[in-house]
Design a protein around this ligand. Structure first.
Ligand SMILES: Nc1ncnc2c1ncn2[C@@H]1O[C@H](COP(=O)(O)OP(=O)(O)OP(=O)(O)O)[C@@H](O)[C@H]1O
Ligand SMILES: [Mg+2]
Length: 427
């Protein structure tokens, strides 16, 4: 077997609050411990610690300190760094362009461009690179969708003079997480995530996702801005990035941590014990500068997910963001309905109360105090949200261009019967 050398250490950079250029934060090293498991080490640079505007890259796990931090979870990649690393889709694009599948975790950090989620960057030089100012433009979406199609079906990518341009187009955006094909697009107002079509989509995902974000907004949630653009005959949903702010000097960047990181959890099966809204709200109350706003907001999102059968509400679909020094729950994103066969019991990806993951009104209510809500307040939220979802989903979906046929396909997602079934004493 050919063994390939992969990078085992890199520098970590950050764009500090209010700034638009990187400074070097510290060094990350990935090694193997005595048991043969990946072990990550991170140390802040002394000159970074000496800055009076230095901020931690993770205020819980990686506080500003001269110590060497170590981790064994998440393949040795600290959550704050993993959150800045590509996921399924980005890894697939990088592997395709590099013609390699056995890349190391640091390679994925290094090969993905600087438009990643959050305020961090990575490189092999102690000196950070200048910020990238070139982003894909909306008019390039058609070409991006064509390239994404080739990657999905594992076809050959363009060769010759076109190859370089294609690579530049497609690799931009790989550093965002998630499984769906996507790209980063710039317009005069800032940066957007364009979520492209996948041939296995069961309905027009772009329009449905946009409609769900609109429905969530009308149910009183804080939601990322979105719009649908039509490319040729296909639609893509554009979601405005809440971790970037366009200024005349360039882009300001917010730090971002996923709920997976806040829960100190992993994506493997055993680690799923920690996948819980109830545990998450405890962490959120610890990190948030506005717990009285954010804890009830998380409660509303959990209820909304239960009411649209968003069973893909996994911990990378929740995040906290710090545009300045304060951390807050990010706006809601990636809200998608699902239509499981069972009309009796649907489970969210995270535990939501005393009855585990069961998307059920009583279950949601059972731990509402942890979300800083009185029982009667929580009950009103659930009742009103159920009423709103039931009465509004169809009109909003149609208004946002979801076809009658697609509405039929998604109808069973909303306020499903099991939400109010009598819960058996023991599940
Ligand atoms: N509006 C936004 N601003 C900044 N970052 C975002 C935004 N929306 C999503 N993200 C980040 O990008 C990642 C991927 O986005 P998203 O979850 O929408 O994609 P996806 O491919 O549908 O994900 P999944 O794999 O959960 O289906 C998220 O996990 C989050 O870190
Ligand atoms: Mg997602």
């Amino acid at each position: 077997m050919i063994s390939r050398t992969t990078a085992s250490e890199c520098y970590v950079y950050i764009t500090l609050p209010g700034e638009t250029e990187f400074v070097t934060v510290g060094k990350f090293e990935l090694t193997t411990n005595r048991q043969g498991n990946p072990a990550g080490k991170f140390v802040y640079g002394r000159s970074y610690l000496a800055r009076d505007n230095a901020v931690p890259i993770d205020p819980i796990e990686l506080k500003l300190s001269t110590k060497t931090y170590e981790t064994n979870i998440l393949k040795g990649v600290f959550g704050a760094l993993r959150d800045a690393s590509p996921d399924y889709w980005g890894r697939r694009v990088i592997e395709k362009y590099k013609g390699q599948t056995q890349l190391g975790e640091i390679d994925y950090l290094l090969y993905s461009p600087d438009d990643r989620a959050g305020a961090l960057g990575f490189g092999l030089n102690q000196e950070p690179p200048a910020p990238s100012r070139k982003f894909n433009q909306t008019m390039e979406l058609e070409r991006l969708q064509e390239l994404a199609d080739l990657i999905i079906t594992d076809e050959d990518l363009p060769e010759g003079p076109e190859a370089e341009q294609a690579q530049k187009l497609m690799v931009g955006g790989t550093s965002m997480g998630g499984a769906r094909p996507k790209a980063i697009i710039e317009d005069e107002s800032g940066l957007w995530i364009a979520k492209l079509r996948h041939p296995e989509d069961k309905w027009n995902d772009a329009r449905v996702e946009h409609a769900m974000l609109m429905l969530a907004r009308e149910c009183g949630l804080q939601v990322a801005e979105s719009k649908v653009v039509t490319i040729g005959e296909r639609d893509a949903v554009l979601v405005k990035r809440f971790d970037r702010e366009k200024t005349t000097a360039g882009y300001r960047r917010g730090r971002m941590l996923s709920a997976l990181t806040l829960l100190r959890s992993d994506e493997n099966y055993q680690a799923r014990e920690k996948w819980s809204y109830v545990l998450l709200v405890e962490e959120l109350r610890r990190i948030s500068s506005q717990p009285r706003t954010d804890a009830p907001e998380l409660f509303r999102r959990m209820c909304f997910n239960a009411l649209i059968s968003n069973t893909d509400d996994h911990p990378r679909n929740h995040a906290v963001v710090a545009m300045n020094t304060d951390w807050k729950l990010s706006p809601a994103y990636d809200l998608t309905p699902s239509t499981p066969v069972s009309a009796e019991r649907r489970d969210l990806a995270l535990d939501c109360g005393d009855w585990g993951r069961y998307a059920h009104a009583e279950n949601l209510l059972s731990q509402s105090a942890r979300f800083l809500l009185e029982q009667d307040e929580a009950k009103i939220i659930i009742d009103e949200m159920e009423q709103s979802v039931r009465s509004k989903w169809y009109d909003i979906a149609r208004r946002e261009g979801v076809t009658e046929k697609d509405c039929e396909k998604i109808a069973s997602a909303f306020a499903y019967p099991g939400f109010r079934l009598e819960i058996p004493a023991r599940l």
